[in-house]
Design a protein. Structure first.
Length: 304
């Protein structure tokens, strides 16, 4: 009985092995996988340009590899910053990481090539290029985020006044935002794009509270987050939205006036350093230069 069970087990293992390694079955599964991945015949692939056959797949592979090598927390933070900069494409995250990684690798390769002739120069240039590749994209993205947040902060009081007037005229909040966003005002494009995304979220089934919360999170602007919080509170308490918008509009205009006064008070201090280091020396050279030259010439002509 033991020998019978033993031979039966060996036979079963052999049959399973033959089943899983059957060439015909493997070809069928490979064909199914190719069709699922958008399989194309070899002749059709050879007719496509080199960029589509080789360059784009290689670039996609590198982008996926750099994205997987990046820690999840850092990648989530990058996604948040890209959204705050107005870049919503999922492709942008991998492209950004791949750009940084490829720039660093190219810098290291350049440094290695130069180090074959001059080790110190090669290490210096390679290190500088690698550091620039790591930090310059982040600096560009930070500046883009700050610029967009400043545009939203400047535009918010005026746009909120328009929304308040539309709501007090009888429109709902979404209808008022839709009415205002339809106007072609180039100075408020950043804020209008966020409102359009909010309207799109609500059309796709997202609740108004979640859509408003996402609106405040995407922008990262304190004034807009305060307006969103006030609207959410008014909606939960059943308070009229028109009065809430009117209060927030007045508050934002006051804050804008205070920021302008603060900038005006900072202007003399900011002008002090250029005046001391650039303007005053030029004035001294123009006014005192001829006198100094005349005194030097007078002392030079005096008998010893």
């Amino acid at each position: 009985m033991i020998l019978a069970f033993f031979f039966a087990g060996i036979t079963l293992l052999i049959l399973l092995f033959l089943h899983w390694t059957d060439p015909k079955r493997l070809r069928v599964e490979s064909r199914i996988d190719d069709l699922a991945d958008g399989y194309k015949p070899r002749e059709a692939l050879l007719q496509e340009p080199f960029s589509r056959r080789v360059a784009l797949p290689a670039l996609a592979f590198m982008m996926d590899w750099f994205a997987k090598m990046t820690p999840s927390g850092q990648r989530d933070r990058l996604v948040e910053r890209l959204v705050q900069a107005g870049i919503y494409s999922s492709f942008a995250t991998n492209a950004f990481l791949a750009g940084k990684g490829l720039g660093m690798l190219l810098g290291l390769l350049l440094g290695w090539a130069i180090s074959l002739r001059n080790v110190g120069l090669g290490l210096t240039i390679g290190g500088v290029f690698a550091i620039m590749s790591l930090y310059l994209p982040d600096l560009w993205l930070s500046q883009k985020v700050v610029k967009r947040q400043e545009d939203i902060t400047v535009s918010l009081p005026d746009v909120l006044d328009l929304i308040t007037a539309a709501v007090e005229a009888g429109l709902g909040l979404d209808a008022a935002i839709m009415r205002i966003s339809g106007q072609e005002l180039k100075t408020h494009q950043a804020l209008f794009s966020e409102f359009e995304r909010y309207l799109t979220d609500t059309r796709l089934g997202t609740s108004k509270s979640d859509a408003l919360s996402d609106l405040g999170w995407r922008c990262g602007v304190g004034d807009l987050q305060a307006v969103v919080a006030a609207l959410l509170q008014a909606d939960s308490l059943g308070v009229g939205i028109g009065g809430t918008l009117r209060i927030q509009s007045e508050h934002l205009r006051t804050k804008r006036r205070q920021r302008a006064q603060e900038a005006a008070l900072k202007a003399p201090i900011k002008m002090l350093f250029p005046m001391v280091f650039f303007i005053f020396p030029a004035i001294f050279i123009v006014t005192l230069g001829p006198a100094v030259l005349r005194v030097v010439d007078t002392f030079a002509k005096m008998p010893h």
